[in-house]
Design a protein around this ligand. Structure first.
Ligand SMILES: [Zn+2]
Length: 459
């Protein structure tokens, strides 16, 4: 079979495109190599569940593309030079190299825990400074960028389509930024491609003095390096649409006027926690690790898939409990899997709804229908349920391991929670103390308070 066509018996993917603000058939520029770029993490802190939603959206999209097309190249960068990194390393009293290495390791661990597959290429910004400088030089030569007081700035008024991606204008940026405009900018909307570094700050020699790149130029340089001047899909969270993606697009289109940069833009909606925007000041800020401390990773993954990626997702403890119950049900159904049954392809009904702009809630509904059939003893339906799970990265355990996992107890973890409960009681935070008791009870662990302190046993 020729590898140059999409697999003919499969449905065509329809995907929402942020630039045209419409859901359109996805047509790869070259069907023998579908190329995808996602903005990865700035590595100064643990990933939170909002970051996870973007990475998971990419994972489901790439898994589906791999099912539909013979060859997919997925690039997701790491931003390892940024003022937030410099500030955090300083505050922690550790080196930038130690901070970024540890954060990258933690990021990989967290994503692997929720079965997010690694990208094909994971370029680091600091390894591509030369490519960024080449682009900046070319933008200066073509009159799209200018040097001022050790900075190089992109002149937004040289790109007439600026704002077309996000539907916003440079004025919005100024209104949103609420900061004094730097005096060296010709136009308040101009943004930094290169900025000067002092001796304490990471920097590289350049024609414009020792300095470091702005954030936006990184992705333009790395996507071009690994995917070319034109590629199929660029994605990220909706918070990146403006200014980050708008600026990436302006730089790349001005550097390569005959290229298209990204042909299709995918943005996932935000995630709320208990109906509110997640923030450290509200105390509802949740890292992936916070959630995985008390919850099986597949339950977190399933919870995030219960909303289609363009709908705002409200994260709650009840939602997480429901996700775990759904998995209990799926794994019960998988107990009817006939070990002699050959593996089957992902069911067409599930592929079909995923091809409708990644409609994961409908895919889960299809899986429930398969679970119903499997529970009446239909072993083929059980095999199809397993195959559907494989397609979207769920049901990776055996039923045995899943149900045993529910009763798996880490004594050190229980001891830590008992100490935390004791501290909560001392601080008269009885709500938190009860919450810990209930969370442990849900794992089948009973606490007994006595004169010698608190002991525990498995129910
Ligand atoms: Zn980016």
């Amino acid at each position: 079979m020729s590898d140059t066509q999409p697999r003919p018996h499969l449905p065509r993917l329809h995907l929402h495109d942020s630039r045209t603000r419409s859901t359109v058939p996805f047509v790869p520029l070259a069907p023998d190599n579908v190329r995808v770029y996602y903005c990865g993490p700035t590595v100064y802190d643990l990933a939170h569940i909002g970051n996870l939603r973007a990475m998971l959206t990419a994972d489901v999209l790439v898994r589906l593309l791999r099912h539909l097309y013979p060859n997919v190249t997925y690039v997701r960068n790491i931003t390892d030079v940024d003022d937030k990194i410099n500030a955090r390393a300083h505050a922690n009293g550790e080196s930038i190299a130690d901070l970024t290495a540890r954060t990258i390791r933690d990021f990989h661990e967290d994503l692997a825990a929720v079965s997010i597959l690694p990208p094909d290429v994971e370029p680091r910004a600091t390894h591509h400074i030369g490519e960024m400088q080449d682009m900046i030089r070319s933008l200066i030569e073509s009159g799209h960028a200018y040097e001022a007081e050790g900075h190089v700035l992109f002149a937004v008024n040289t790109y007439p389509s600026y704002g077309a991606l996000s539907g916003r204008t440079p004025d919005d940026l100024i209104a949103g930024a609420r900061v004094e405009v730097a005096p060296y900018k010709r136009d308040p909307g101009d943004f930094v491609l290169w900025k000067p570094s002092d001796d304490q700050t990471p920097g590289w020699d350049s024609p414009w003095g020792r300095g470091r790149p702005g954030w936006h130029i990184e992705c333009s340089a790395m996507s071009q390096r690994y995917l070319g001047e034109s590629f199929d899909i660029h994605g990220g969270g909706s918070d990146l649409l403006f200014p980050h993606h708008e600026n990436e697009r302006a730089q790349s289109m001005c550097c390569h006027p005959h290229g298209r940069f990204a042909n299709h833009w995918v943005h996932n909606a935000m995630l709320l926690v208990n109906g509110e925007k997640m923030s450290k000041s509200l105390g509802n800020f949740l890292t992936v690790r916070d959630v995985l401390r008390d919850t099986p990773a597949e339950a977190l993954r399933l919870l995030l898939l219960r909303a289609q990626y363009r709908s705002v997702l409200n994260f709650t403890q009840e939602g997480l409990d429901e996700a775990k119950q759904m998995l209990d049900r799926f794994y019960r159904a998988l107990e009817n899997l006939d070990p002699m049954q050959d593996s089957v392809p992902a069911p067409g009904s599930v592929v079909q709804v995923l091809c409708d702009d990644l409609n994961t809630p409908r895919a889960l509904a299809e899986m429930h229908a398969l679970a119903d059939a499997a529970m009446t003893g239909d072993s083929r339906a059980a095999a199809q349920l397993k195959a559907a799970g494989n397609l979207i990265g769920l049901l990776q355990d055996t039923p045995e391991a899943w149900f045993r996992g529910g009763a798996k107890v880490d004594p050190a973890h229980v001891e830590r929670l008992i100490e935390e409960r004791l501290a909560a009681r001392k601080a008269r935070d009885f709500a938190r103390a009860d919450e810990i008791r209930n969370a442990l009870a849900a794992q089948g662990i009973v606490l007994e308070d006595g004169p010698q302190g608190t002991t525990w046993r498995q129910a």
